[in-house]
Structures are given as structure tokens and as C-alpha cells.
Design a protein around this ligand. Structure first.
Ligand code: GTQ
Length: 350
């Protein structure tokens, strides 16, 4: 039997809260249902950034501050529901980075994992522990946590890419370390493409030498468009389409068949002209880049028009439908990698 409630319960409880507050004690029962939700209710919002508009601001920043001075000249794609948090979803960060001809973004390393998805320009590089990945449009390049990286552009044209990092995740765990190399560029250790040749073809070196230079748990850091795009085309030609995803391929870490990095998963998908995917929701809020084609993303009665190079974000547990007006190719990244390790990941198909 529960005890009868005291008279003026409310007033007495308020007095109790006021007394204990200075001791940093607060009542769970006032907040429990907001803490332990029956389903995700992300503070993040559905949002799209026009590439042309963002590029315009980025180029203006390029006139005002150098890559060297900025260390990283990046416009953060901050989710309008997460103001002040430098986050595109609660766990991940996205930004657009510009390297102008002749510039080097100086070498540093940090706990955070990063991916780069090239949007504009060709021939600039990201060097990871002294090995350059020469970047072409829609290449995916990784700089896993703890590895030295610098970016340089010795071409004639600006180079712009999307940065995806786990900055909010690392902040959540209070686990950030970073350091700068005294030199702008890490000494070149091996010729460009060396790791891609060794690990980028479902093979790995059998023994030793320079091949052991890369960390064995995460050797590969370059996934060129020239590899993934034909794979997607072939899949679209031969495989039955997934009604919720379209033709979708996830990028893998060849060392273990898992996601590309411990905290970030990435994939590409192709949706044929005229096709509309069925509603699908998942707990991994996802940031997308439109690689090719035009169409529409529909979420909760809201509709985003999609065109090449635009970037959009769909928060956790929002049912997404995609309509392809012309053959649509998307790149997406999310925290599915983290969530699966923590047994949190869920999706729902309808
Ligand atoms: O290129 O290392 O967008 O450290 C944010 C933090 C890029 C980078 C960002 C970074 C980098």
C-alpha cells in the first residue's frame, strides 16, 4: 500500500528541491520521462545547405584569412537545432574546408577521427603520417584518430571538401588530445597511393617492411570515386533494389570488414530515375552530400529539393523517403559505427 500523500505536497516538494539544490542534488521524478525517452526525439533538425551559397561565404573567408593562419579554414555546418555546439547531429560534426592554390593547412594530430569527401577541385592532397592521398571529386579520404595529417594544394584551383569528424563524440567522452607538428608538412614517407595499392583491392601485404607502416587495425585511408562509382553502377545493373535505401554500398575497413572508423560509418547509394524509396528511419542521424542527380528528400511532410553538391542532414528516427527525379547518387555518413558497438542502433522500415 502506498502512503497517502501529504497536504500541499507540491509546495513541500518545491521547498525540498530548493533546500537540496545548493548541494547539487535534484529529483529524478521531475525529469525521468524527459531523460528516458520512449523513442528518440532529436533536438537536431532536418536541414539542407546550398553548396553555392556556402561556397560563396567560404571563398570570402579565403580572401580574409589564410589556411596557415586559420590552421583549418572551415565553415562549420551547424545544425540549426544545435546552435553553439558545432555539431551537425548530436554526435558528429560537419564542415566545408577550403584550401587555395599554394596553401598548406599545417600538420597536426588529434584524438578525433575525420573523413573528407571531396566536392570541388582536383589534385590537392591530404597527407596521413606522411603519405599523400591525391584527391579527386567525390573521393573519400580518412584521417583516423591520432594520425598526423596536413592538407596542401599545389594546383591552380581552389579545393573544397566536406569534413566529417566525431568532435561531439570525443567531447562527450572528455577524451580530446591534440598537438601540432613544428613543421607545416610531415616529411613524405612513401609515394602517393602506396597504401591504396596494398590495401585497396581486398588484399594485404603478406610480410613486413614498409607495408607495416600503417596501423594494422586501420590501414586504408583513401576510397577513390573511380573505385566506388563503378561498383555502384554494377550493383544497380545486377542487384534487386532495396526499396528503402536504393542500391547502397557501405565503405569498409579492410582490416576487419567493419565500418571505416571506430565512430563513423559511411556509404553511397544510387536511386534510379523515377524511383521513390519507402519510408525508413534509423537511430543514426545522417549527413548526406548529393553527388549526382536531382530529386527530393521527404521527411514528416517536409520536402527538401536535392541538387548536386548540396548537403543535407536527417536526424535520428526521422522517417526519410527519397525521390529521384534523375538518377540520384548520394554519399552519407553517420555515427552508426559507434551505436552498433554500444548496442544502440535500430532501424524501422515501413
Ligand atoms: O582538417 O584536421 O573541419 O582538425 C575540423 C577540425 C578539420 C582537420 C575540421 C580539424 C580538421
Amino acid at each position: 500500500m502506498t502512503k497517502p500523500l501529504p497536504n500541499n505536497q507540491h509546495a513541500q516538494l518545491e521547498a525540498l528541491y530548493a533546500e537540496m539544490a545548493p548541494q547539487s542534488l535534484t529529483p529524478l521524478w521531475e525529469v525521468l520521462s524527459a531523460l528516458v525517452l520512449t523513442q528518440p526525439d532529436s533536438p537536431a533538425r532536418v536541414h539542407r545547405w546550398s553548396y553555392d551559397q556556402a561556397r560563396n561565404y567560404l571563398m570570402r573567408a579565403g580572401d580574409l584569412i589564410s589556411a596557415e593562419q586559420a590552421e583549418r579554414r572551415v565553415l562549420i555546418l551547424e545544425n540549426p537545432g544545435l546552435t553553439g555546439l558545432s555539431a551537425v547531429t548530436p554526435s558528429l560534426y560537419a564542415g566545408l574546408q577550403l584550401i587555395l592554390p599554394g596553401e598548406v593547412a599545417p600538420c597536426h594530430r588529434h584524438s578525433q577521427c575525420a573523413l573528407r569527401f571531396v566536392i570541388e577541385g582536383e589534385g590537392a592532397y591530404t597527407a596521413v603520417d606522411g603519405e599523400k592521398a591525391v584527391m579527386r571529386p567525390f573521393d573519400l579520404v580518412l584521417t583516423p584518430g591520432g594520425q598526423w595529417h596536413d592538407h596542401g594544394n599545389f594546383t591552380e584551383k581552389p579545393m573544397i571538401w566536406l569534413d566529417g569528424l566525431d568532435i561531439p563524440t570525443v567531447r562527450h567522452f572528455d577524451a580530446s588530445f591534440a598537438e601540432k607538428l613544428p613543421e607545416a608538412m610531415y616529411p613524405e614517407t612513401v609515394k602517393p597511393g602506396d597504401t591504396l595499392a596494398r590495401y585497396g583491392h581486398n588484399m594485404r601485404p603478406m610480410r613486413g617492411g614498409v607495408a607495416d607502416r600503417r596501423p594494422s587495425h586501420q590501414p586504408l585511408f583513401h576510397y577513390p570515386y573511380s573505385d566506388w562509382r563503378p561498383a555502384l553502377t554494377a550493383m544497380a545493373a545486377s542487384a534487386e533494389i532495396d526499396p528503402h535505401l536504393g542500391h547502397a554500398l557501405e565503405f569498409l575497413n579492410p582490416a576487419d570488414g567493419g565500418p571505416i572508423m571506430p565512430t563513423i560509418s559511411a556509404h553511397v547509394r544510387l536511386i534510379p530515375q523515377g524511383y521513390a524509396t519507402l519510408p525508413r528511419r534509423s537511430t543514426d542521424g545522417t549527413t548526406f552530400v548529393v553527388v549526382e542527380g536531382e530529386g527530393e528528400a521527404r521527411v514528416d511532410g517536409e520536402s527538401l529539393a536535392l541538387k548536386p553538391r548540396d548537403i543535407f542532414v536527417i536526424p535520428s528516427w526521422k522517417a526519410l523517403e527519397i525521390f529521384a527525379q534523375s538518377e540520384l547518387v548520394l554519399f552519407g555518413f553517420s555515427d552508426k559505427a559507434s551505436q552498433q558497438k554500444l548496442n544502440l542502433y535500430k532501424e524501422q522500415l515501413s
